[in-house]
Ligand binder design. Sequence first.
Ligand SMILES: *[C@@H]1O[C@H](CO)[C@@H](O)[C@H](O)[C@H]1NC(C)=O
Ligand SMILES: *[C@@H]1O[C@H](CO)[C@@H](O)[C@H](O)[C@H]1NC(C)=O
Ligand SMILES: *[C@@H]1O[C@H](CO)[C@@H](O)[C@H](O)[C@H]1NC(C)=O
Ligand SMILES: *[C@@H]1O[C@H](CO)[C@@H](O)[C@H](O)[C@H]1NC(C)=O
Ligand SMILES: *[C@@H]1O[C@H](CO)[C@@H](O)[C@H](O)[C@H]1NC(C)=O
Length: 512
Amino acid sequence: MLLLQFLAPVLLLRSVTARPARAKGPLEPPHPRLPRTDLPAEEVPVTSRNGTQLPPYSYSYVFEQLIDHNNPSLGTFRQRYWHTYEFYEPGYTSYLTNSTINGRLAQELNGATVVLEHRFFGNSNPYQDLSVKSLAVLTVQQAIDDLAYFAQNVHLPMPGGDQLAPGNAAWILLGGSYGGALVSYAMANKPGIFYAGYASSAVVQAIVDFWGYFEPIRQAMPANCSADVEAVIAHVDSVIASGDSTQIDALKSTFGLQGLAHNDDFAAALQQNFFAWQDLQPDSGPGGDFYEFCDALEVKNGVNAGPSGWGLTNALQAWGNYWKATYYQQICGDDDVETCLGTYDATNPYWTYTYIDNAQRSWQWMLCNEFGFYFDGAPSSLPTVTSRVVTPAYGERQCGYRFPGAFPGNTTASAVKVPNASGVNGAYQGWETTTQRLIFANGINDPWREATVAADGSPNAGSDSQPHLISDGFHCSDMLVREGAASAKVKSVQDAAIAYMKEWFAQWSPSA
Ligand SMILES: *[C@@H]1O[C@H](CO)[C@@H](O)[C@H](O)[C@H]1NC(C)=O
Ligand SMILES: *[C@@H]1O[C@H](CO)[C@@H](O)[C@H](O)[C@H]1NC(C)=O
Ligand SMILES: *[C@@H]1O[C@H](CO)[C@@H](O)[C@H](O)[C@H]1NC(C)=O
Ligand SMILES: *[C@@H]1O[C@H](CO)[C@@H](O)[C@H](O)[C@H]1NC(C)=O
Ligand SMILES: *[C@@H]1O[C@H](CO)[C@@H](O)[C@H](O)[C@H]1NC(C)=O
């Protein structure tokens, strides 16, 4: 039994290649990423259950992967993977360790674990830069093809490792976040290769206008804080809509952001306070940046506001003072405001820095072309905690700066090229997937939840052969054993997943 996980953001080894420093540019919004694991002392050899010494978890192997699955004659590149057969037992045919769900499953099912680095995320690169020309082979379909080709052709460095193709061995595909979406996509697109799947916080539904990122936060944050934030944002939007530059400048000054020339950059800057939510986990404990923000708005002279907050006047001053006193320094350091939060300098070499091992750039390419996932304000009929002045066009404009030639450069909103989200959802089934033996695990407090099968608007309720497990966790909480120790509901998701996998695995048999 083999457990394969696709690793998009690099967690283990870092590149040591010398390269010029990247110019400073605007803060990047968070991308969907796995939480950090508790890595064991990396260089220590691992001892398998029967006492055999195995290489340390950090040891990386190389697989010769096709550069372009549509044109195999272009040859191969070196795709890294990590592997351990600590728990593997012959006779059955890291996130490597049992601090993660992968390792726990391996331990329970006597499987081996493999973590495969995604093309262009880290040191597995078809071409040695992230130029537009090279990124032509960074697509969802190429990533799916990588997984299938790997499973069908790899000779794993373990006893019998050349006889583990799907059919001889049960391959289980796991992933969190974008990697979780690929679990679902690969099983829909390449049926018959992966016997079962575990998709945590899987952002399966591509959504261009992704105001929903803020919706689980709005629902879960303290009621006084959301009431006050909604009041401030309504005020911000009405002042900007008034077009009265004196009033607009005064508003920016309240936050110390009078140096920001563009109103949408100012409106987008106020989203920053919400990005701290993605760092929360069941074991985060009290405090943290997000709660510091709400305390700044809601605690006045040592007294907490009631459920409806203190109202606009206090909230506006308090939020502004928070930015001026500590928050700006915290996120921007000594950078001037236009460098840190402005997005209109198309000539900044920051946008076109093409050195490898820059997961943000690779992810932006996928956003611009396929997913969208632009963080913006909710439709006007609904409450919103972020400004409606920010729309998908705000992100689409930046695609032109990052990827000249592939996207219209210096254009107006009407000329932007929009991501092909409907194509992605059509091709890989989005949240309507009918794949069987696929577990979706989600956290009710995950800001990415609205792109998962657990979205408020998802049409798919799941079934016994496609269980939808939900906890009170956050982003990918159920991937980590320590989050199960912090939350009984996360633990019950993990236990249920292991029980499903055991049941399915008992029904597996090699195919001729
Ligand atoms: C222990 O397990 C390894 C890996 O499965 C195998 O190669 C080796 O023969 C086993 N040793 C014993 C003493 O069973
Ligand atoms: C995890 O695996 C290690 C060996 O690597 C073992 O000592 C430990 O008991 C396991 N933990 C659990 C919770 O099973
Ligand atoms: C009001 O705000 C305080 C401080 O942030 C918070 O501790 C409390 O839970 C909030 N109460 C309500 C009802 O939202
Ligand atoms: C983009 O267009 C604006 C307005 O037409 C112009 O002022 C600016 O110089 C252009 N920037 C680039 C990089 O071409
Ligand atoms: C969008 O994606 C679909 C499915 O892959 C494809 O058929 C279609 O041609 C794409 N559309 C554009 C405009 O690229």
